[in-house]
Design a protein around this ligand. Structure first.
Ligand SMILES: [Zn+2]
Length: 655
């Protein structure tokens, strides 16, 4: 630090002196012709500037030599020493004064250059220099409902949220269905589409809707990928395999897509199909697996004849096999790979027999936790993969589809687990799950194009951004927030921090990493470097999914406690606090089933989410009449920052 200080001082002093020499303001050898050129005005020693106040040639001590010369006919040549009084002492005093002022001005310039260059640059480029920073907290999975049944938000002690709602502009937002690009308003929201809408200010057709459209209009079957997979299987007289989540949850997949593709495959002359089913119980009722197995078996039975042979080949619960995400547990993927690809695992005669056996063995088990199984005949798996086969992963959502795709697409350097003998198959995903990394290499439906996101706007306006969450939701405040982009728009203006999540069941540690995230957000606020700070507190969603009511109550209270700390930091550091959520979950932990019984609910809800703006110094009134959703958040944040949003954005909610 000291040496940097010294270096900068010497450099600026040097520049100062050189400029002074060039313009004769120290040595007086040249005429200072243009007094208004700003670098000279700033860099010139302060002593020379005094000529502005001193027009009298009769005050030699204060007078500038250059000015003196211009006003003095005796020195019209501009050559040689021009100072008329010519007294040695005066000369020395003058030069000393000028050197002193040169040093002082160099010091001032250096201090300016060293104190927080980034914000200076950001504000100079932006239009929000006068606006307060905005801090956005996404309380993941914390919805709003007046229904008391299983409402852990209502049950928990939430003094901060209560105070904010009572005293600050507050309303609710739609966070499900068409408001976040899902096909219908029956569809729940989820963290991915929620953060897409929050960060993009627009409503995009999301995975399910894209795939629906593509299957309905048949475009999916005209894609090069589909044609290649089908012709490959026919040429090799091989098997077409489908892997995916078997439910109508419409979060990762929809069974209707699978059934439609099975029919089309038969119509196009495919002879043999095997289906590898992942059991849900998370986006649908906790023990509903057999409903979907029956639907699939009925369709296969109807299709099966002399020319077509379709069967279920393997499966397992989505939290046990195949559908790991964020590379948290490759062992899950290895287990799924062995079941689906090699047909290695516990054998059963049918999927129904497997599920019923597991339920007998572990009476409280829910579908997402069912162990892996393989369907076999005479001890031989019915659906192990072979060279020439084609494989379709029919999940449309990316996060839990990436790892299996990497295993299928990976070359010999793949080292996440031992894949054994890798069959030469053609593999495709339903969508491109990661557009930046191009995973998978082949996919059936083109992904949504996301542009004009809030981050793009802030980067264009030179606003420094900070984003933080723990591993489980880090992708949501970065990748999904930025419109499904892995790369930053600007390395300089975007700062991302990830707090590693605990590797243990969330009901055992419902506080998760909220305190650590809060520490970092407060540090970001106090630093004064950022114009926009966002974070995601994951507790309401992740603990809510466990179905454990006590743990979820603690999760909500944790979020409230952390929110209180962030609120205090905002008040003390002149920031505006915006609080919202990406979808509901922990406010609906119980439900009444068709038989009138109260049952556990681990899925998200279709409830709205809160939206609050807290500013210690001003009230930013919200339009509480219109039906707004998550896509109205980015335009509102932009307006708070004094930046005009993109024309294709939804409206700001500020009055
Ligand atoms: Zn979420």
């Amino acid at each position: 630090m000291k040496s940097e200080f010294l270096l900068r001082f010497c450099f600026i002093l040097g520049v100062n002196v050189v400029l002074s020499i060039v313009h004769g303001s120290v040595w007086g050898k040249k005429t200072l012709k243009d007094e208004t050129v700003w670098p000279i005005m700033i860099l010139r020693p302060l002593g020379t500037a005094q000529k502005q106040d001193c027009h009298s040639v009769n005050n030699p001590i204060l007078h500038d030599q250059g000015v003196k010369r211009m006003q003095s006919p005796e020195n019209g040549t501009g050559k040689g020493k021009s100072f008329i009084p010519g007294k040695g002492n005066r000369m020395k005093i003058q030069k000393f004064g000028k050197w002193l002022s040169a040093c002082l001005s160099a010091l001032v310039l250096m201090a300016a250059s060293m104190s927080g260059l980034p914000p200076v640059i950001a504000q100079a480029e932006g239009t929000n220099a006068a606006k307060k920073p905005v801090v956005l907290v996404v309380m993941d999975g914390v919805g709003e409902s007046s229904d008391e049944l299983g409402n852990m938000v209502m049950k928990a002690s939430t003094p901060t949220l209560d105070t904010l709602k009572a005293n600050d502009p507050y309303r609710t937002l739609r966070a499900h269905g068409t408001a976040v690009g899902m096909p219908t308003d029956e569809d729940m929201g989820n963290s991915e589409v929620g953060h897409n809408a929050l960060g993009c200010g627009q409503i995009y057709a999301q995975g399910a809707r894209l795939v629906n459209e593509s299957i309905e209009n048949g475009r999916i079957y005209t894609s090069d990928t589909w044609k290649d997979l089908i012709s490959g299987v026919k040429d090799a007289r091989g098997t077409l395999h489908f892997i995916g989540l078997l439910s109508d949850g419409n979060v990762h997949s929809h069974i209707s897509h699978l059934l439609a593709m099975l029919k089309e495959a038969k119509a196009e002359g495919v002879e043999r199909v095997r289906v590898h089913i992942l059991l849900d119980g998370r986006d649908v009722p906790a023990t509903s697996a057999l409903e979907y197995v029956d639907q699939l078996e009925e369709t296969l039975t109807a299709l099966n004849d002399d020319s077509f042979d379709g069967r279920i080949a393997s499966g397992g619960g989505r939290m046990v096999v195949t559908m790991d995400r964020y590379q948290a547990n490759w062992e899950m993927v290895r287990e799924g790979w062995d079941l689906h690809v090699h047909g290695q695992g516990r054998q059963f005669a049918s999927a129904r027999e497997a599920i019923e056996t597991f339920r007998k063995e572990t009476p409280d088990i829910i579908d997402q936790n069912l162990p892996g199984f393989v369907i076999a005949e005479d001890g031989k798996p019915v659906g192990a993969m072979a060279d020439g086969d084609s494989v379709i992963l029919f999940n449309f959502r990316g996060d839990r589809a990436l790892e299996l795709s990497m295993a299928f697409d990976g070359d010999a350097s793949f080292d996440k687990f031992d894949r054994g003998q890798v069959p030469k198959v053609r593999y495709a995903g339903m969508l491109e799950y990661d557009r930046d990394e191009h995973i998978p290499k082949n996919y059936l439906v083109n992904p949504p194009q996301f542009s004009h996101t809030l981050t793009e706007l802030l980067v264009e306006n030179g606003v420094n951004e900070y984003a933080c969450s723990e591993t489980q939701k880090f992708g949501h405040v970065t990748y999904f927030w930025n419109g499904n982009r892995s790369e930053k728009f600007s390395e300089k203006l975007e700062t991302w921090e990830e707090v590693p999540s605990d590797v243990r069941p969330y009901e055992e540690a419902p506080w998760m990493k909220a305190a650590e995230i809060t520490d970092r957000v407060i540090a970001a606020i106090v630093s004064g470097r950022y114009g926009f700070i966002r974070c995601n507190l994951a507790n309401g969603d992740m603990v809510g999914h466990t179905g454990n009511l006590e743990a979820t109550e603690i999760a909500v209270e944790t979020v409230d406690l952390c929110l209180g700390r962030i609120l205090k930091a905002c008040d003390e550091n002149g920031c505006i606090l915006v609080v919202t959520a990406d979808h509901g979950n922990c406010e609906k932990m119980l439900e009444v089933n068709k038989k009138g019984e109260i049952t556990a609910r681990t899925a998200h809800s279709v409830n709205p989410v809160p939206f609050i703006i807290h500013d210690k110094d001003a009230r930013h009134e919200l339009d509480t009449e219109s039906a707004y959703g998550l896509a109205n958040v980015a335009p509102t944040v932009a307006q708070l920052l004094g930046i005009k949003g993109y024309d294709n954005w939804e409206k700001s909610m500020l009055k």
